[in-house]
Design a protein. Structure first.
Length: 141
């Protein structure tokens, strides 16, 4: 705490400076109360999970295996496709089916991304909704 002893000349002037020490004390008490009363945030996501056993699958989904080789060649269930029009016509067939088969896309580790992106873009543009990437473990090294 500071204290004003007055001037050396003996003038009895009124001190007009505000004493901020009580103000700081009150603010610190309020800050501590705020910190204590804030509940601890949990980083959990509340989910309502279904209870019981899931119903059995009525039929296994059909799977189309799309492989993209290192040079950009696309294989449909093991058969090499000659051009993009053949790929797109087969993707249209998949997209127009009422119960779409699952398309499993497996790119080669050495293929350029542009070839894989072209296949994904064509599938999305033509309306294929069940598409997934498989064989990602080869990229973990």
């Amino acid at each position: 705490m500071a204290m004003n002893v007055g001037s050396a000349s003996g003038d009895d002037e009124v001190m007009v400076d505000i004493n901020t020490t009580p103000l700081i004390d009150v603010m610190l008490v309020l800050l501590i109360m705020l910190i204590i009363t804030i509940p601890i945030q949990t980083h959990a996501v509340k989910m309502n999970m279904p209870i019981g056993n899931p119903p059995p699958l009525l039929k296994q989904p059909t799977v189309v295996k799309l492989d993209v080789d290192f040079d950009g060649t696309v294989y449909w269930n093991g058969q090499a496709l000659t051009d993009r029009q053949t790929l797109e016509s087969r993707l249209i067939e998949v997209a127009t089916q009422p119960d779409q088969p699952e398309v499993h896309l497996r790119p080669n580790k050495l293929v350029k991304y542009e070839h894989v992106a072209a296949v994904l873009a064509a599938a999305q543009r033509l309306g294929v909704t069940k598409i997934g990437m498989v064989g990602n473990e080869q990229f973990m090294n």
